[in-house]
Design a binder for this molecule. Structure first.
Ligand code: 1CP
Length: 354
């Protein structure tokens, strides 16, 4: 493996492992994206997936927020939908709409998915990670990421974003065996994809289960938790086999507060918390569990006046407490947030005494 520059800021890795940092670490979900004018101007000349697939461009976008702000982590510019794409599905990114899969998964076309060679077709993500590790010059750790099986299955069956995911949920109820087979297939790919990212230089990994919010405890326990645990277990085993470092992993199951204690038993070092849950309730639910929490300021709080934003941020930190805590938003930053607000947010976090 290539020799990477030495890491200078390891706050986030420390906190993930339960150690005490000098300051609270902070990063922002979707920090490399549409709220940055420099991203929008680069985006004018390239399609979204062209930017993902070109390591120089993906690296440039990843570094944009790091150049502007005192963030404690970078996250590789990519998307969760690169997996369905590498499986042979067409994925379009429509401005103002989001991802569209014009030929969603059906019983007829399932057999057309091409799991063979999928990691090879995702190699460009690894190349972007390796390049970014060098260009970061050890400033902060680099996150790799993936969508969780359920969230990917949701997009594949719905053919795009959906508020209710009623089609994908129909599959869970009507065709449970088919769903288990698909979840198993996605799990195997996700494991190899994450290991490939660590091999390429990712220092911490996040699994996004953004569509957990449309399920309940019974469905999540049956169709999601076993696969998410399998991902953690198998990534660990494979990293060890390859003599790679055991990187910490974050699970962000958005809206799955119906099973927070269960999530804490899966082996992930960090649980991402969405903005709908009260930090004090989170701590109560996770009492005695060996996990770090990450979150959970309402992304809309960045629309508040600077004074109020500071107030909300301080209150959130008070309520979570400073132990085993990584500060973040409770979901991705919105495109129309004023980039200056991000300075106040980060500054406020770093000024807290721990
Ligand atoms: O047109 C454009 O320029 C596309 C905008 C955009 C960007 C910048 C999309 C489309 N994806 C991304 C990057 C992205 N996506 C990252 C980059 C790294 C970073 O965090 O800075 C990450 C981690 C994702 C992950 C992702 N994509 C998720 C999980 C996180 C979440 O927000 O719940 C999901 C659900 C997607 C699907 C997706 N991709 C893009 C859109 C618009 C959507 C639908 C969800 C949404 O509206 O945000």
């Amino acid at each position: 493996m290539s020799q990477f520059p030495q890491l200078k800021n390891d706050r986030i890795l420390k906190v993930a492992r339960g150690e005490v940092p000098d300051k609270l670490p902070v990063w922002i979900m979707r920090q490399a994206g549409r709220y940055l004018p420099e991203f929008m101007s680069l985006r004018q000349n390239h399609s979204f997936f062209e930017m993902c697939q070109n390591p120089e461009l993906a690296c440039e976008v990843t570094l944009m927020p790091i150049k502007r702000y005192n963030l404690d982590a970078a996250i590789i510019f990519s998307d969760i939908l690169v997996i369905p794409q590498a499986l042979g599905m067409v994925v379009e990114m429509k401005p103002g709409v989001g991802p569209v899969l014009p030929e969603p998964l059906t019983f007829e076309n399932i057999s057309k998915l091409e799991p063979k060679g999928v990691i090879e077709r995702l190699k460009y993500v690894g190349e972007a990670i390796t390049l970014t590790r060098h260009k970061l010059e050890g400033k902060v750790p680099l996150f790799g990421f993936t969508g969780a099986p359920w969230t990917l299955l949701g997009y594949m069956v719905e053919g795009g974003g959906s508020r209710t995911l009623s089609k994908a949920k129909k599959w869970l109820y009507a065709y449970p065996e088919v769903c288990h087979r698909l979840m198993y297939l996605l799990t195997r790919i996700i494991v190899d994809y994450l290991v490939m990212q660590v091999e390429a230089g990712a220092q911490i990994l996040q699994v996004f289960d953004s569509s957990a919010e449309v399920l309940n405890k019974e469905l999540y326990t049956k169709f999601c938790l076993p696969y998410i645990k399998d991902i953690r277990d198998c990534v660990l085993v494979k990293l060890e086999q390859k003599n790679l470092e055991k990187v910490p992993m974050v699970l962000f199951a958005k809206g799955a507060h119906y099973c927070l204690p269960e999530q804490a038993d899966l082996g992930y070092e960090v649980l991402g918390i969405d903005w709908t849950v009260d930090p004090k309730v989170v701590r109560e639910l996770l009492k005695g569990k060996n996990v770090t929490v990450q979150g959970n300021l309402d992304p809309c709080a960045l629309y508040a006046s600077e004074d109020n934003l500071i107030k909300f941020t301080k209150k959130m930190i008070d309520d979570f407490g400073t132990q085993r805590y990584i500060v973040n938003l409770g979901h991705g930053i919105y495109p129309d947030v004023c980039p200056d607000k991000v300075y106040s947010f980060i500054e406020t976090v770093h000024n807290v005494k721990i």
